[in-house]
Design a protein around this ligand. Structure first.
Ligand code: KIV
Length: 279
């Protein structure tokens, strides 16, 4: 049985840190699950790292459902959270519920959406019909990119107070956890100590109850951006390029494929074939 939302809530009570990684495809999601990561987040960052968009705004529900289906086929143990993409939940509560349902049907266990207090009513409606929701405050890539760009949140007393209030309202609305993106570490710690549900930080310091990274960032596979909060655990793009150059070289030298890579006709069949062709 895979992890449940309640297991994640209990981790905070038991003072256990929560590991979260983004996943969008079957192969990598299988490895993340095998590594024992607690939550696979089908993030709308897929738009950037998988589809090459400049930001997450163009991502559609159909795309998110496809990524979610692939991850759900791979998952054995982790909890799956899937992002509601831009404009799939803002226009009306009805649309938010319908689209949350689509992600659950695609294999997610819960959904995530961006926004503080103005989203509380929507979150409450989704939770009321039985779909667990992860909130997402601080930097909200779907909209901050339209107004202020990527910038640390909660650096002043007033913005910090607003963030703390947002977190409380989301807790009240029923979220099972809250992602804190690029929030100053002092405020992330205060929020984590103030609310009862777990906080999952990205660029928000060590005081959060868990951490999330984009898997391509961690593996060193995405070079377009290298935010300060990313820790690269390997440089996979270098290894991949090296492997591909070796492959190309082997083809050109005629040493790939080798005998162990090809198939033969049954014994005696080639001789019979040659005789027939000659006749
Ligand atoms: O889409 C995503 O990857 C996210 C994380 C940055 C939290 O929402």
């Amino acid at each position: 049985m895979h992890k449940s939302v309640q297991d994640i809530i209990n981790m905070k009570k038991d003072e256990k840190k929560i590991s979260v990684i983004t996943s969008y495809d079957y192969s990598l999601a299988s490895l993340c699950d095998k590594a024992g990561i607690d939550i696979l987040l089908v993030g709308d960052s897929a738009g950037m790292v998988m589809l090459g968009y400049e930001n997450t705004i163009p991502v559609t529900m159909d795309q998110m459902c496809m990524f979610t289906e692939a991850v759900s086929r791979a998952r054995k143990n982790s909890l799956i959270v899937a992002d509601l993409p831009f404009m799939s939940y803002q226009a009306s509560i009805e649309e938010a519920i319908t689209n949350s349902g689509r992600l659950i049907k695609a294999g997610a266990d819960s959904v995530k959406l961006e926004g503080g207090t103005p989203m509380a009513e929507t979150i409450s409606a989704i939770v009321d019909i039985g779909i667990p929701v992860m909130g997402h405050i601080g930097l909200q890539p779907q909209t901050t990119v339209l107004t202020q760009g990527y910038k640390v949140q909660g650096r002043t007393k007033d913005t910090a107070l607003k963030l703390i209030n947002d977190a409380k309202e989301l807790e009240e609305a029923g979220v099972f956890s809250i992602a804190l993106e690029m929030v100053s570490h002092e405020i992330a710690e205060i929020i984590s100590q103030t609310i009862s549900v777990p906080t999952i930080g990205i660029g928000s310091g060590v005081g959060c109850n868990g951490q999330v990274l984009v898997v391509q960032d961690l593996l060193g596979m995405y070079d377009k951006l290298k935010p300060k909060f990313v820790r690269r655990y390997m440089n996979l793009s270098e290894d991949i390029v090296k492997a591909l150059e070796n492959y190309k070289n082997d083809i050109e030298l005629g040493i790939f494929p080798a005998q162990e890579n090809w198939f033969s006709m049954n014994d005696g069949e080639l001789k019979k074939l040659r005789e027939e062709i000659e006749r």
